[in-house]
Write a protein that binds this ligand. Structure first.
Ligand code: 5RP
Length: 285
């Protein structure tokens, strides 16, 4: 794990989030539940207390926005929190999503005992300069408290179809090149951890980013496929996942997070992890 020259506080917070296995290799399974900050009552998180509470014991860290944290999480549970602090738009104005601001202050995040803060950074969109300024401001503030900054490579409405291989120009779009470019800019402007997507050309992303990398889950896909790309991402050098919908929208979220953990921390083959998912599910039925 490369923590660069982080100070004692940040190194200690990194060690809370990235947990070593029996071989001493540190990885993380973060549970992403920040979606309501722009989706509203997201499927599976309508009442997050029902969904999230049984998952928290299996998460190395959890990334909610403030509302979900204070209304749904038990302050006595010591799972590290990486608090979503940016916002400014909603899915009803998709084309404006990249117009983000810092909404929750770092002082507020520290008061809530977060170990870090997360921010979306929309590179190659019309608001990129504003987003990079948000990141720089946040990094400067977070540094005063030793809080970690998780920089999320976010794709706006225009880039999203290309990343998914849909629409005009997508045939020429090099997703690996784009995420390598965006992720490195996010590192250079102050992120301690970069969140990105597992796409073709991931080697180029890994090669160009020296911070720990966590992989977003993306839209809900069948459990076997989600476990497969998780295993491939870890094998290709990702340091963990920050996964949301593929866990909390699963047929069995508690079984799924345990299967994801087995892949990330124990290197379980995805086919075997899928069997484990089935076994845990049957046991809980
Ligand atoms: C947006 C985000 C999401 O809110 C979320 O954290 C993504 O999680 P998933 O894609 O696994 O549901 O990062 O940019």
């Amino acid at each position: 794990m490369n923590y660069g020259q982080l100070d004692w506080g940040k190194t200690n917070r990194m060690a809370q989030v990235f947990r070593p296995n029996a071989q001493g290799e540190a990885h993380t399974v973060m549970l992403a539940v920040d979606h309501p900050y722009f989706y509203g009552p997201t499927t599976g998180l309508e009442d997050p207390r029902e969904t999230i509470l049984p998952l928290v014991p299996y998460a190395d860290a959890i990334s909610p926005a403030k509302g979900t944290l204070v209304y749904s999480l038990d302050p006595l549970v010591p799972t590290p929190v990486i608090l979503r602090v940016t916002g400014g738009n909603s899915m009803t104005r998709r084309e404006e999503l990249s117009n983000e601001h810092i909404i929750t202050s770092v002082a507020e995040a520290a008061k809530l005992n977060a170990v870090g803060v997360s921010i979306s950074v929309y590179i190659d969109t019309e608001h990129q300069a504003q987003n990079i300024r948000n990141l720089g401001t946040l990094a400067n503030e977070a540094s005063k408290y030793g809080l970690l900054v998780l920089g999320i490579t976010a794709v706006g409405a225009k880039l999203e179809p290309m990343v998914k291989g849909e629409g005009e120009g997508s045939a020429d779009f090099d997703a690996g090149r784009y995420f390598a470019h965006a992720g490195r800019i996010i590192q250079e402007n102050g992120a301690d951890i970069v969140k990105t997507y597992f796409v073709d050309g991931f080697e180029e992303i890994r090669e160009g980013i020296q911070t720990p990398i966590v992989i977003a889950g993306g839209k809900k896909i069948p459990e076997a496929e989600a476990l497969e790309f998780t295993a491939n991402a870890i094998a290709a050098g990702a340091d963990g996942v920050d996964m949301g919908r593929n866990i909390f929208q699963s047929e069995d979220p508690v079984a799924m997070i345990q299967a994801v953990r087995a892949v990330v921390h124990e290197g379980l083959e995805p086919a075997r992890a899928y069997e484990l998912f089935g076994e845990l599910r049957a046991k809980r039925a």
